[in-house]
Design a protein around this ligand. Structure first.
Ligand code: GLY
Ligand code: MN
Length: 462
């Protein structure tokens, strides 16, 4: 369990901004508890709530914080270890010591928490069922109230702080992305014909373990790249397959990295693999170019989709005018999801607070259309945003059949040509970037993505 924190002044400053912007409020921040796998004392690895980490830094279970913005008091609630606990855990820093590390001086026993709350206490939307129950008990409201009445002003305040990464956050995000990049290199340079997907996950796991950090999400490692979130690892790597690895590591301060590479199992891409790979890479480059302050990410997404469509027109799978095809939605045959998302303490940053608030804000409404409904980030890009750019081409046989039977996009898709590649799979390329006034900055060490560079790495396999 990571116990790294920034210096206390970082958290004091973040809380000061929160307190100044939400006058005369009582705010309850629930920390996470241990979560059981199959019986009470057999736990999943502990991970603190990310907003809790943002304001209070402590990756420690069973603590909560109440902030009273009228007088600026910040109180941490939790119980010090008893001798019964110490028998199992050994000596650990006291809550008082931990609290001091993050600039909190007032520590109270857990049973004092409820008396500090009132009928108007602000809370964030709970995403764990046990938090719904705790909030319901602590605030003496029914579960329906807890599910529907979290505080929009608190959500908006948190988003207005967490969306903008400070210098020290950028530094730790670089660390996460460099670790992530190196892990991808390990897998790309060690994968061999005849291995299974689980062998590759095991290479990634071993790298993760040696650096004593966690995955930022469950890795996707698959020869079936068109299955967007494929979490099964049973397939063998056969001739002609490509591997899609979408995996990320956290830094020691629990900030996320998130990268995807798609590479051939053999030394070289086949002709059609190279064609489609180059189209995805061109779409990523177009998106990188368009990701400038003031441009909305919806527009970047659509521009990148247009590049993909133009590439597919050039090789005969699509036809007509690329802009018109994207306007009609024909690109969603191949690109059913979003171009990217915000990233920070969460790999999909603050998704628990609501994509509308985080990725769109007050001036835009998230679309419900197929394709755009999966775009988590739509708003205008601002200095300090950290985003992923992850275009792809996914050929999903069931979607071809569905769209064909609905006579969809006949003006833009050459179904005869497309059907030749119905079992092709999928390709995604993903990197992480900081939006700056001077342009866009790649986070982490660069990792091969040009065809020639990937083939050079794959040619070195014994
Ligand atoms: N890398 C996984 C995702 O962005 O959903
Ligand atoms: Mn991603």
């Amino acid at each position: 369990m990571s116990i790294h924190t920034f210096e206390a002044k970082t958290y004091i400053e973040r809380r000061k901004i929160l307190i100044e912007n939400l006058e005369s409020k009582t705010i309850l921040f629930l920390g996470n508890r241990e979560s059981s796998v199959n019986f009470k004392d057999n736990w999943y690895p502990f991970r603190q709530d990310s907003t809790f980490l943002y304001y209070f830094g402590l990756n420690v279970p069973n603590i909560d914080v109440v902030i009273n913005t009228s007088n600026g008091n910040v109180t941490l609630f939790g119980d010090e270890l008893t001798i019964d606990d110490i028998i199992w855990t050994g000596t650990l820093p006291s809550l008082k010591e931990l609290a001091e590390k993050v600039g909190i001086t007032d520590v109270q026993p857990a049973n004092k928490l409820q008396s500090t709350l009132n009928n108007h206490t602000l809370f964030l939307p709970p995403y764990r069922p046990e938090h719904e129950i705790r909030l319901s008990e602590l605030l003496q409201k029914d579960i329906e109230f807890i599910r529907t009445r979290s505080s929009i002003e608190l959500i908006e305040q948190v988003v207005s702080q967490r969306n903008f990464k400070s210098k020290e956050e950028v530094k730790t995000l670089h660390d996460a992305c460099t670790l992530t990049s190196k892990m991808h290199f390990e897998v790309m340079s060690k994968a061999k014909l005849g291995m299974h997907e689980f062998d590759l996950v095991s290479i990634a796991q071993s790298f993760r373990g040696k650096h004593d950090v966690n995955f930022s999400f469950l890795p996707i490692c698959t020869t079936q790249g068109h299955v967007l979130h494929n979490h099964s690892y049973v397939n063998k790597l056969n001739k002609g397959d490509m591997v899609l690895l979408d995996a990320g590591l956290e830094s020691n301060l629990l900030y996320a990295g998130d990268m995807t590479r798609t590479f051939p199992v053999e030394r070289k891409f086949t002709a059609i693999q190279a064609d489609l790979y180059q189209i995805v890479l061109n779409a990523q480059k177009e998106a990188i170019k368009a990701s400038r302050i003031g441009n909305s990410f919806v527009d970047v997404h659509l521009k990148s989709a247009e590049t993909t469509v133009q590439g597919l027109i050039d090789i005969g799978i699509m036809k007509g005018n690329a802009q018109e095809a994207v306007h009609a939605g024909a690109h969603t045959m191949f690109f059913q999801c979003g171009l990217g998302h915000l990233m920070g303490l969460d790999v999909h940053d603050m998704e628990n607070l609501g994509e509308q608030y985080v990725g769109y804000g007050n001036s835009m409404v998230k679309s419900k259309e197929f394709g755009l409904k999966s775009l988590r980030l739509g708003r205008k890009l601002e200095e300090g945003f950290v985003i992923t750019i992850e275009p792809g081409i996914y050929i999903i046989p069931q979607l071809i059949d569905k769209f064909y039977s609905e006579q969809k996009y006949f003006d833009f898709i050459n179904y005869n040509e497309l059907n030749k590649f119905r079992n092709f799979g999928g390709i995604r390329i993903e990197d992480d970037y900081l939006i700056k006034s001077s342009g866009i900055e790649l986070l982490g060490e660069p990792l091969a993505k040009e065809i020639k560079d990937i083939e050079a790495i794959r040619s070195n396999i014994s």
